[in-house]
Structures are given as C-alpha cells and as structure tokens.
Design a protein around this ligand. Structure first.
Ligand code: AHR
Length: 605
C-alpha cells in the first residue's frame, strides 16, 4: 500500500528544482546547438591546414597566416583561382553534413578580399553529394582588395530532399591570369530558435524547452576549466561580433570552439526558454591539475565580478554597457553563481582555506552582490556556501538502490544541495530504458528531499551522434534530426506533471518501487509517481487521507517498453515516448497495477 497523507504538505517542491546543465562536449554547442552550419568558419582551428575546407573547380587552397582579418582572426583561407576557371573555390562539409529540407532558408556571409579588383560574381550554394544544387545565391558586388563582408540569402528548392548529404560551396570565376582571393569568417546559418541573431538550433531548443528548466548551469563542467589556464572558458574573448572572437581549443573534449556560442549566447539561451542562467565562473583550477596560485588570483576574481556585471549590470556600468552594445540592453536575472567545477579534483587543497580559492571568490562576490547565492563544488570549511553541488554518475541499479540517499542527509548547516550533474549510465550515445528508470527512481528521491535538494540537472545534455566523447547523454542529434532518449522523456514528464508541494507518504512501504507524490496547491491536483524498474507488473493499493473527495477519473502518463534495453535513436526516434490515457476507478482508495519496466505519473483531480 502507498499511504498518502494529502492533508498537509511535507514541504514545498522549489520552483528552482528542475534544471539543465551544459558545456561544450560531444559537439553539443559547436556543431550542435549553436546553429552555425560550417565547420571552422574562422579558419583558426589549426595553425597548419584549413581544417574542414576543400578545393573545388581546380582551385588551390591554403591557410594563410599573414593575411588575417583582424587581431583575433589572424589566419585566412587563400584561394588561388586558375585563369579561365568557370567556377573555382572552396567547399565545407559542415559538421557531418549540411542539413537540407525543402524550402529551408539559409543566411550566408563571408569576408573576402582579392589581390586585384574582381568584378565578377561570387556564387554560394548548398550542393548534394550527387552534385545537385539544392540552394543557390549570388553576390554581384565584386571583391575589392581590402576586406569586406558580404551577405546573401539562399533558399532550398521545394523539391529538395530532407538530407544531410550536402556541402556548402563558394566559387568565383577565373580571369585572364590566376587570381588570389582570401576568405575569412565564412558562415551559413539556418533560421534560429525565436529568430535570435547568432542563435540556436530550433529542434534542439524545442526539446530543451520541453524539459521546462528553471535554470541552466552554464557553461559548467570541464569545459569551464579547460586543461590549461589558456584553454579555460575565458568569457571576455567570447563576446562582441563573432569575427572578433579568436576561439579556443576545447581541450577538455578535443575539438575547436569558435566561441560563436559565447557568454551572451549562453545567457540568451536560458532567457529564451524562460530559465535563469546559473552562472559558473572560472575559479583558477585546470584539469591538468594546475591552479592559479592563491596569491595571484586577483585578476580572476575580478574577471568573475566583471562577468556578473556583464550579465546583470545596468547600462550605467562598464560591462552592462558592453552587453548592451553586444545587443542585449536588458540585464539578466542571476540568483546563483557557482565557483568553479568539481574542485575536489584539486588535490593541492587550494579551494578551501581562509585564503583559498573559494573564500576569495566568495568574499568578493558576496561583498558586491549580496543577494546572489554562492555554490561550492566540493565541501569547504572556510565559508558556509549557500549551495553545495554534488555529482553522481552511476549504474541504473545504483540509482534505484540509492533513491533514498538524501533521506538521512544532514540538514544542520543550512547549505542546500544542487545535484548539478547526474545520470544513470547505460547506453551510448544515449541511455536505454533501464537507465531511464534508474533516472526516474533517482528523481523521485531528489523530489522527496527537495527541502534539501533544491536544484538538479542531468548531464551531459546533448550529443552529436557522430562525435561522442561521453557515453550516456540525454538528447542525441545529427546534422538533420534529433531525438529524446527514454531518460529525456522521463524528465520531461516529471517536469511537466508535478505540484508545488511534496506530500507525506509511506514511501518506503512498497518494496522494489520508487515513488513520490506532489500536489498543486492552486488546483488541488495530486500527482502520484510510481517507478517500477522490475520485470514483473506490480499491483499497488493507493490510499489517500486528508484530501477530501478525490474524483474517480484522471490520467496516467506512462514511459515504458517491453525490454529494459529498448531505446531511441536517430533512426528510431519515437520507439519509447510517453503515452497519456484517461483513467477511471480512482478515488481516495484504489488499486492499480504498474507495468514492468515503467514509470507512471497518475494525475488525480
Ligand atoms: O558531464 C561530463 C563531465 O563530468 C563534466 O564535464 C564534469 O564536470 C564531470 O566530471
């Protein structure tokens, strides 16, 4: 029996509870959520070759280190066009293909200059693997001898196929003699989510919105720290016009980031799904085990203060004004700042201590922004953090068995817990049903303990299935399509179907199942979550007291499948999706059988 005391709430389910964690891993930003379609548009990914680019029509191409666009983009693409060529130039295959759908619009742009004035056309196209031109645009302005930016729109034919077997091609005509043309910041954008400039991919954003996140922890993880000081997320070099951003090697995960998805784009991402940025600031530790000596931290503490001012400051402040110049005059609301990432890796002990890294950031941020809550990434004694960020990557069985982990966790210090990274790991590149049920069990435990665990975020969020550095990720995608894993659907269902109060219930009374019950204090609706990770269906008697009359009808939303190893993929995106059906026979006492391998949310009332 699941005995529920619906008369009094045990505690509130905080509105901050459901969140999202992000970093650039598995090409989740570059070649993923960031909508830019061309790889290495800035030509800065390699010092020796034009990675991602190839020659077409008999042209010669080379990376030119002495004809940069500016001090940030110090390299360019030198295209030598043979005399008499009809159409010679360059191609870029994007991130495992350029996506084409009928009628798709693209915005192409590029900087170009020539060794002698060229008054012919520049043609840009999206061309299929068999040579079919799906979309074409032309710039007729000619190319002069100094850098100039050109823009042109392209639209895919209505009878084009849906495919990612395509590449971007840019060509010019040859003259009487060979001609040199230099290219820089060559870009191709599809429409973006909510049409934000320099914005994000629409299908992935729709999925993220479906998680109803209240916060986005950004950018967190190893990406924030980098392997070295030089390759951290150095936010000041990620703002301003994209062609003034040098980019950096994402050496935590092994690829180049143009930083087109920079600090402002991270902040706007949160804003566009109604979430608050939970800003993670670099705190002096790098993955190679080095740290900025504590007596030299001053400039990095100042960087964090500047970063908070960039995000939250009015336009009367230096960095708030810069944000406005960058296109976002309105300040963002930030209630939480996280200091570092997984600083328990720092075996030197430099995070804690009275002059430690945490204390220095904490004191400076608290003095200037007293209302911002500060998150520590490992236990500290020097200060009392508002929130402690704990991470759990475990097996589905472990998650099932430890759903009660926080039941007996000390509440004495007042520090709240953010489970800022967690996942039941089984399945690559995305979890199978077994993992999803481990996740569901784990989430019931976090929700039940949300007087203490005020925030949670699964990780990693996204994986380009062509480049997977981390096995189990929530949402998979390629250049053309994307899908939610069973874990995605578990989380989406829970984020959409819960009340704002957690009810007292005999949660431990039903062996083998994990449960949580919430109630909406406004509508009176009660949400009963039952996770059955076992291979046999389980009848449960549900008994509610203290709620008055409970209607006999409601709904059941179920995530389930025949086998725990069943999953979703690019080719089978909807194998496992939630199914909602009307239910009768409910009331203050009823028995319901919960299917094998399932998570069910019963909505009563
Ligand atoms: O989510 C993948 C990695 O796991 C994160 O970058 C890091 O914080 C953790 O170790």
């Amino acid at each position: 029996t699941l005995s529920i005391d619906a008369g009094t709430a045990a505690h509130a389910l905080p509105s901050t509870f459901f969140g999202v964690m992000t970093e650039d891993i598995n090409h989740s930003g570059e070649g993923g959520l960031y909508a830019e379609l061309l790889q290495n548009r800035s030509l800065m990914a390699s010092a020796t070759s034009p990675t991602g680019w190839s020659a077409v029509g008999g042209a010669d191409i080379a990376l030119d280190g002495s004809n940069g666009l500016n001090t940030a983009l110090t390299r360019s693409l030198l295209v030598t066009v043979p005399a008499g060529a009809k159409a010679a130039g360059v191609a870029n295959g994007g991130f495992w293909g350029i996506p084409v759908v009928p009628g798709r619009q693209y915005q192409a742009s590029f900087f170009a200059k020539s060794d002698s004035a060229y008054d012919g056309p520049v043609d840009v196209s999206v061309v299929g693997g068999d040579g079919t031109v799906y979309a074409h645009g032309r710039v007729d302005d000619g190319v002069g001898t100094s850098w100039h930016q050109f823009k042109v729109k392209l639209t895919a034919d209505q009878d084009a196929p849906a495919t990612s077997d395509a590449r971007f091609v840019l060509t010019v005509r040859g003259g009487k003699a060979a001609r040199s043309v230099w290219l820089s910041n060559v870009s191709l954008f599809p429409p973006t989510y909510k049409n934000v400039r320099n914005g994000l991919r629409t299908d992935l954003m729709a999925k993220i919105a479906g998680l109803k996140p209240s916060f986005i922890r950004e950018p967190g993880g190893n990406y924030l720290e980098g392997n070295t000081l030089a390759t951290r997320f150095d936010w000041k070099s990620t703002i301003g016009p994209v062609w003034t951003r040098p980019g950096h090697q994402d050496d935590a995960w092994g690829y180049w980031s143009t930083d087109g998805m920079g600090l402002l784009e991270y902040l706007e991402w949160a804003e566009s799904v109604g979430a608050e940025p939970l800003l993670a600031v670099y705190a002096g530790y790098n993955l190679n085990g080095t740290h900025v000596p504590v007596d030299q931290l001053g400039p990095y503490v100042q960087d964090a203060l500047d970063e908070i001012q960039y995000a939250t400051g009015s336009t009367d402040t230096v960095w708030g004004r810069k944000r406005a110049e960058d296109g976002h005059p309105a300040p963002f609301k930030i209630s939480y700042v996280e200091i570092g990432n997984e600083d328990w890796f720092d075996k030197s002990g430099s995070y804690d201590g009275d002059n430690g890294r945490f204390a220095q950031f904490y004191d400076a941020i608290r003095a200037k922004y007293p209302s911002i809550k500060l998150v520590a990434t490992t236990e500290v004694k020097s200060r009392t953090p508002d929130v402690l960020d704990l991470h759990y990557y475990e097996s589905p069985a472990w998650m099932d068995a430890h759903a009660d982990l926080f039941d007996s966790y000390s509440r004495s210090t007042g520090t709240k817990i953010m489970v800022g990274e967690w996942a039941a790991q089984e399945g690559k590149p995305t979890p199978d049903l077994n993992a999803a049920l481990g996740d569901a069990s784990w989430l019931t435990g976090l929700m039940r303990n949300s007087d203490l665990v005020t925030q949670e975020a699964y990780a990693p969020l996204l994986a380009n299935v062509n480049s997977v550095q981390w096995n189990t990720n929530l949402i998979g995608f390629d250049a053309l399509t994307s899908y939610g894993s069973p874990s995605y659907w578990v989380q989406s269902v829970l984020a959409k179907n819960h009340g704002d109060q957690v009810l007292n219930a005999d949660y431990a009374g039903i062996g083998g199942l994990n449960t949580v019950v919430t109630r909406d204090s406004t509508t009176g609706k009660i949400y009963v979550v039952v996770v059955n990770p076992n291979g046999t269906a389980q009848p449960v008697k549900v008994s509610l007291t203290g709620a008055g009359a409970i209607p006999a009808t409601g709904t059941a939303t179920v995530v389930s499948s025949a086998r725990p190893t069943d999953t979703n993929s690019i080719t089978q995106p909807d194998n496992i999706v939630p199914v909602t059906t009307p239910v009768t026979g409910l009331g203050s006492e009823f028995t319901r059988t919960f299917p094998a391998y399932s998570m069910t949310v019963l909505t009563l009332g």
